[in-house]
Design a protein around this ligand. Sequence first.
Ligand code: SF4
Length: 293
Amino acid sequence: MNGSEIVKNTGHIKPAAEFRDNRLFKKLRHGVGKAIADFDLIENGDRIAVAVSGGKDSYTLLLLLEDLRRRAPVSFELIAVNIDSGYPGYRTDVIEEFFQKNGFAYRMVPSEHYDIIKEKRRPGSSYCSICSRLKRGALYEAAQTLGCNKLALGHHQDDFVETLLLNQFFVGSLKSMAATMLADNGIITVIRPLVYLPEEDIVTFSRQAELPVVCCCCPVCGTADMQRKRMKRLLKELQADIPHVKNSLLKALSNVHPRHLLDSSLRRDTTGTKRSVDLHVNPALLPDLDSII
Ligand code: SF4
């Protein structure tokens, strides 16, 4: 299979049919349905590229969206897209077999990303930043080529919460990810329908369903993203005392009180005009601000 071909869904096989009565699958589907409704992720006539890397999250995303597509009152299309970064040993054949077995329309996109990374990466710099940028660009390009207006990514609740903490702990910024946003190319809308799904439920489902998860086979596989792993450990520890801590952190992202933050660009008067900032705070007094929030 080369990158210029799309394999169409014949419709003869019913994707995800074997999972439909699975209780956990129903729970996950409910979470995705709620995200779609809360953030208007899918509209009539959408043609959605679904990024599938062969990991548990992306397979689960594809199965859930396909099941919802068959039930939805609106009409939309799905095309699974796999980007092969070219890491030796990456089993695209396993992923393609999954698409075929389940009757998905799909496109396999080969690339020379690994060669580019080997050539361009500065010694000591992160593999992941260049790899993920190249992959994201290839996904946008593939989505556009396929006539898709949206690209669905498999980020789940834990990704949102960990990213929120990472940005606060290491970047000094109060931000995470958006459930829906227009990509930098101004054409493709990125959607993240798994926003409400806890990773542990996806792990359990992927085992129950025996999804054919494959390794990315990159040189830093399993060792990359140490800071994210620290956030995972921290959240796990916190969860022992505060069972709903992840739900609460996720909820915080949709319950923002700009007046109680320090970002001057958010301080606007009722007419929407930006106000000048009159925040003359002695840094030594900053801890006291907690008491008025
Ligand atoms: S872990 Fe490997 S495949 Fe994933 S973004 Fe980093 S370099 Fe790329």
